[in-house]
Design a binder for this molecule. Structure first.
Ligand code: F0G
Length: 446
């Protein structure tokens, strides 16, 4: 097999501790069986998200010190712009506080009421921003099992059928999300990217790539798409993004930073319009709601993300966790994605009806048995969804060691051995908007 070589070592560490089991049980009760309500000090391993939770390099920390905090024309902005030009191939950059800010800025100028936007699969915030424009977000994930290495691809027949039905003048934008977070973090091939770009051109739509995990996606392309075996990850990343008219980016993912984001494009008119909207919602367009130091950290992180030492280490560690969980007996989605492992709670708890949130129960048990925080992406987070009750184990970048991964697997073993006697949950309180229920609701065992 492949030899895993860790491409970093620790220079600063953050102490963590594992609460005693009775304390974890009372923390869970206090949190209303919702891990979003837990204090981070009560969490031993935090796999809630890979967003903004990773470890920056010493070069990124050095870059923070050089942040230029000027309101306008900041050097840090220029550094970011140069990185986006070199690494991603876009001339113009509009920085934003994070990825969803970029979605607000870009879709706010591209999408109008009554229109439809196609995506391989919309991430939650993307879906919400399209809906906020009064438009209809339509997912076109693969339905066949024909492709096995690029399960994140868009199903073009579905896209075409949708366009035929509603008329192409009502489809201003087509999006590809790479990797496809809502589809188990699966990659998108360059062939599919080319086909989607051609289709968008044919119907005169703007082709946008949600590039949050573009470097992880490029690593999969190098491994599994024959045409690119000999290309570097950096070359592949640029090639894939070159087909898009614009991108939205979360700096909290493949810019390896703790905060930040941006939209980028080549078209001057689109840039000017995006800047206008960004000024309203994010800030002057050379800082976009960020400190200069944050722009600087992204500028350095983007370059690190497309090095093969970094990115293969990254996707291999996710696969390592996946293998350990599979060997522990947990039903996991394969092939493994780029940022997270997805477990199917319906298969583990086949006796718990979907209305009693088997996914959320699994999340709670992982915390109770091992202080491991994960997230439910099924019936609890997305009521009425027909996808399985997935539980996502997202790995922060460059943060955990093999021993941590083994702890997760050991925890899963204990959870599995108690599976038959585990009962479901019922929601007792739902403050706030129904779409955001999973962030604040309280539950209890049935
Ligand atoms: N697009 C995708 C595919 C994402 O995964 C995310 C965030 C965003 C856009 C929005 O970026 O958080 O910087 O505003 N995903 C995180 C997650 C929150 O846990 O999957 P953001």
């Amino acid at each position: 097999g492949r030899q895993t070589v860790r491409s970093y070592k620790a220079k600063a560490v953050e102490p963590i501790s594992l609460l005693a089991k009775p304390d974890r049980e009372s923390a869970l009760e206090t949190a209303g069986y919702n891990v979003f309500n837990l204090q981070s000090k009560d969490v031993y391993m935090d796999l809630l998200t890979d967003s903004g939770t990773g470890t920056m390099s010493d070069r990124q920390w050095a870059a923070l010190q050089q942040g230029d905090e000027s309101y306008a024309g900041s050097r840090s902005f220029q550094r970011l712009q140069k990185s986006v030009q070199d690494v991603m191939g876009f001339e113009h950059v509009v920085p934003t506080h994070q990825g969803r800010g970029a979605e607000n800025v870009l879709y706010g100028v591209l999408v109008s009421e009554g229109e439809t936007v196609l995506n391989n699969t919309h991430f939650d915030t993307t879906r919400a921003h399209i809906a906020a424009q009064g438009a209809d977000p339509v997912d076109c994930p693969l339905t066949t099992s024909a492709s096995t290495r690029f399960n994140g691809d868009m199903d073009l027949d579905r896209a075409r059928n949708t366009v035929d039905k509603i008329g192409h003048e009502l489809v201003p934008v087509i999006v590809l999300t790479i990797t496809n977070n809502s589809m188990a973090g699966q990659p998108v091939s360059i062939q599919n990217t080319r086909d989607v770009a051609a289709f968008a051109a044919e119907i005169n739509a703007t082709f946008v790539i949600d590039a949050c995990r573009f470097a992880e996606n490029a690593a999969f392309v190098k491994r599994h798409e024959d045409e690119f075996t000999d290309a570097t990850v950096a070359e592949i990343a640029r090639e894939q993004l070159s087909y898009a008219d614009a991108i939205t980016m979360s700096g909290k993912k493949d810019a390896l930073a703790n905060i930040g984001g941006f939209a980028a494009m080549n078209d001057r008119t689109l840039f000017e319009r995006a800047k206008q909207r960004a000024t309203l919602y994010e800030g002057f367009p050379t800082y976009g709601g960020l400190a200069g130091r944050d722009l600087h950290a992204m500028a350095v992180g983007l370059r690190e993300a497309v090095t093969s030492e970094y990115v293969f280490d990254r996707i291999d560690q996710v696969a390592e966790l996946g293998g350990l969980l599979r060997n522990a007996g947990l039903p996991v989605y394969e092939p493994f994605g780029g940022h997270a492992v997805y477990a199917n709670a319906n298969e583990l708890y086949h006796h718990i009806p979907r209305s009693e949130f088997p996914g959320q129960r699994l999340v709670c048990e992982l915390y109770r048995e091992g202080g491991v925080r994960t997230v439910e992406l099924g019936q609890f987070a997305f009521p009425g969804t027909d996808r399985p009750d997935f539980v996502r184990f997202a790995l922060p970048r460059r943060t955990y060691f093999r021993e941590h991964l083994e702890h997760v697997a050991q925890t899963a073993r204990r959870v599995i051995s108690a599976a038959d006697s585990t009962v479901g949950l019922t929601v007792t309180e739902t403050p706030g908007m129904p779409e955001l229920r999973h962030f604040s609701a309280r539950l209890e065992p049935v």
